[in-house]
Design a protein around this ligand. Structure first.
Ligand code: NAD
Length: 302
């Protein structure tokens, strides 16, 4: 792989998966005149993705409206979509085997200079490429974003053989496209923000398991001291306690010294039917079962 860092990359950005994240990334990467190709197995997702990009464009303020073209494609025509790509980002569902399959396919089909990024939240790039037979693994990295454009943070993390030029090019281009990029400088289980948040969740659950305080007290003191809109228990309810447990299990499987009590505490809550906002009961009672979280998320029923 040869990466030219003296001038900006030419070519398009290809995004695999037009779901929640893919369509937001299509908006971001087409926001400075560059073209984007959204790829998805489902035609409906591609149509909805395009509408969503237009919705975000209509809502954008203080923007020079230098929008690039966004096209769509089925994975059957992936090879031609990748032909002039400088970057391809996979945004397919969070499934390790699927990630491995897609990354292998991208490495096989994309030109040698194309940077290949994974947006996976829980699998770092080293875990994804483990055991894979890749042609150009030095252009593969993680590029994990949060909720662009509202939350612009993106964390870039390579594996031990990632070309530093690929990382610095991507950091520069992220900055130029309205992201706030952060470089995770070592291979890490969890990104920078996720690790801090994991520690907060873990210590919250430990304090609760010891009977030190109540969820209401933890949230109240957290909000008061840090001036955040939500406390850790409220936020865990929004994420879903089953999802919180999956994430904590992943840390416990990968690292020594993670206490068991927080996971046991979560397990007990889940076994008693408390999953958080999504089923109406978690640390707090949200009244009734709901599939539309939008109102409850912003104003938990305390
Ligand atoms: N949702 C979030 O808030 C969030 C935040 C940060 C990172 N992520 C990560 O982003 C990734 C995607 O999450 P999401 O929430 O956008 O998922 P999603 O389920 O909303 O979208 C995934 C899309 O991928 C498509 N897809 C599945 N297999 C495909 C394939 N082989 N080729 C092309 N398209 C395929 C699906 O049809 C779907 O449209 C996950 O790895 C997740 O961890 C999500």
């Amino acid at each position: 792989m040869t990466i030219n860092t003296t001038q900006g990359p030419s070519g398009s950005v290809v995004i695999i998966g037009a779901g929640t994240q893919g369509r937001r990334l299509a908006f971001m990467w087409s926001g400075r005149g560059g073209s984007v190709c959204l790829v998805d197995l489902q035609k409906q997702q591609l149509q909805d993705g395009l509408s969503y990009v237009n919705q975000l464009r209509n809502a954008a303020v203080d923007h020079d409206k230098n929008w690039g073209e966004v096209t769509v494609a089925h994975p059957d025509s992936l090879e031609s979509a990748l032909r002039d790509a400088w970057l391809v980002v996979e945004c397919v569902p969070e499934n390790w085997a699927l990630k491995q399959k897609v990354i292998t396919q991208l490495d096989d089909l994309a030109p040698a200079h194309t940077i290949i990024a994974s947006n996976s939240s829980s699998y770092g790039i080293s875990e994804i490429i483990e055991g894979l037979n890749l042609k150009h693994k030095n252009r593969i990295l993680s590029a994990h974003c949060y909720w662009p454009p509202e939350t612009s943070a993106i964390e870039i993390m390579g594996h031990q053989d990632t070309d530093p030029a690929a990382i610095s090019l991507l950091l520069d281009q992220c900055r130029a496209h309205g992201f706030s990029p952060f470089h995770v400088k070592k291979d890490s289980i969890g990104y920078i923000y996720n690790r801090i948040w994991a520690a907060i969740k873990r210590e919250t659950l430990l304090a609760l398991s010891e009977g030190v305080c109540t969820p209401r007290e933890i949230d109240a003191i957290f909000r008061d001291v840090l001036k955040t809109p939500k406390g850790p228990c409220e936020q865990m309810d929004v994420v879903g306690l089953d999802v919180v447990l999956d994430i904590e299990n992943h840390y416990a499987d990968s690292r020594a010294g993670i206490p068991v009590e927080p996971r046991e505490y979560l397990q007990n809550m889940i076994q008693s039917g408390r999953l958080g906002v999504k089923n109406g009961e978690g640390f707090y009672n949200y009244g009734k079962e709901t599939t539309d979280n939008s109102n409850v998320m912003s104003t938990p029923n305390l």
